[in-house]
Design a protein around this ligand. Structure first.
Ligand SMILES: C[S@@+](CC[C@H](N)C(=O)[O-])C[C@H]1O[C@@H](n2cnc3c(N)ncnc32)[C@H](O)[C@@H]1O
Length: 283
């Protein structure tokens, strides 16, 4: 969380470089959901990547995030058409009382690519408090990109992002990053409060059938990858910790991938991400 709240974290870059979620994921969510569609709450919304699409399904959306910096691009993106139907508020995901004082008032609560940064136990307690009986809790994430048919590129990715202590590995806030890295496998909504719990994973390496949440791009380029890496909290931290570095970490990593795989900035590469989504119904 700390990194995203820093005043010099570039949330506009985040908003332009991060993946969007496919329509099939929202469809799966609202096929699962039973009951009213008056109010959705997006916790850890950032600039509203997943908040705006919810407006197709519910009357009103409240998007909350602990970082004022992260919601700013969202506030600036509210069109006249959506005024009054979506609002952004600063709030920790562990205590939603300021933004949703009334218990049992939310129909759908989502947390997209953010639950790894939020303390799970108080988050689930708050989710249970604000959701109406029968309301839906959904959380999801995309994990790491895999360069299909280029295992050597995956190895370089792992080295820079996790394994080699000179690079991003020590710059991640833990255990947060590992919750996501391992597909939220150890994160369980309490069964005393939630039922009908479903978890859907997609592992690119297993060449399995796609789930409702598929994230892939067969025209991915190193140019796009450069923009995506620039939004990593660990890249932001690495740059602060290495102000005198002669070569930036993003250039180092991309140059090594290009050299090893004989890619240029514009070579089109088939890329797939691991993804997971979890749905649960409030008892
Ligand atoms: C990777 S971004 C995800 C943003 C957006 N939901 C998306 O799908 O792109 C993680 C967000 O979680 C927020 N966050 C981190 N810790 C939080 C906490 N304890 N409570 C609420 N938001 C938090 C960060 O400020 C950041 O905006």
């Amino acid at each position: 969380m700390a990194t995203y709240a820093e005043k010099d974290y570039d949330s506009n870059n985040y908003n332009s470089q991060r993946p969007r979620y496919p329509p099939s994921l929202y469809k799966a969510l609202f096929d699962y959901h039973q009951g009213d569609r008056d109010l959705a709450l997006d916790v850890g919304s950032g600039p509203g990547v997943a908040s705006f699409p919810l407006l197709q399904y519910v009357d009103k959306v409240i998007a909350t995030d602990a970082s004022p910096v992260m919601i700013q691009p969202g506030i600036e993106s509210i069109s006249d058409k959506h005024k009054g139907r979506i609002e952004f508020k600063v709030s920790p995901g562990e205590d939603l009382r300021d933004v949703v004082p009334k218990s049992s008032s939310v129909d759908v609560l989502i947390c997209a690519e953010a639950l790894h940064w939020i303390k799970h136990e108080p988050f689930f307690q708050e989710a249970a408090r604000v959701l109406k009986p029968g309301g839906t809790l959904a959380f999801w994430g995309y994990i790491e990109p895999r360069f299909v048919d280029f295992p050597e590129a995956d190895k370089i990715y792992e080295k820079y992002v996790f394994e080699d202590p000179q690079y991003m590995g020590p710059c991640w806030i833990q255990p947060g990053k590992d919750f996501l890295r391992y597909f939220f496998d150890d994160v369980h909504p309490p069964e005393s409060e939630f039922k009908d719990i479903e978890k859907w994973d997609y592992y690119p390496e297993k060449k399995q059938k796609r789930t409702a949440y598929f994230l892939g791009d067969d025209k991915y380029t190193m140019q796009k990858f450069r923009g995506y890496l620039g939004s990593f909290s660990a890249v932001h931290t690495w740059r602060k910790r290495n102000p005198n570095a002669t070569v930036d970490i993003v250039d180092l990593m991309i140059n090594e991938m290009k050299e090893t795989c004989a890619w240029t900035d514009d070579t089109e590469i088939n890329t797939e991400w691991g993804t997971t989504y979890i749905f649960a119904r409030k008892r």
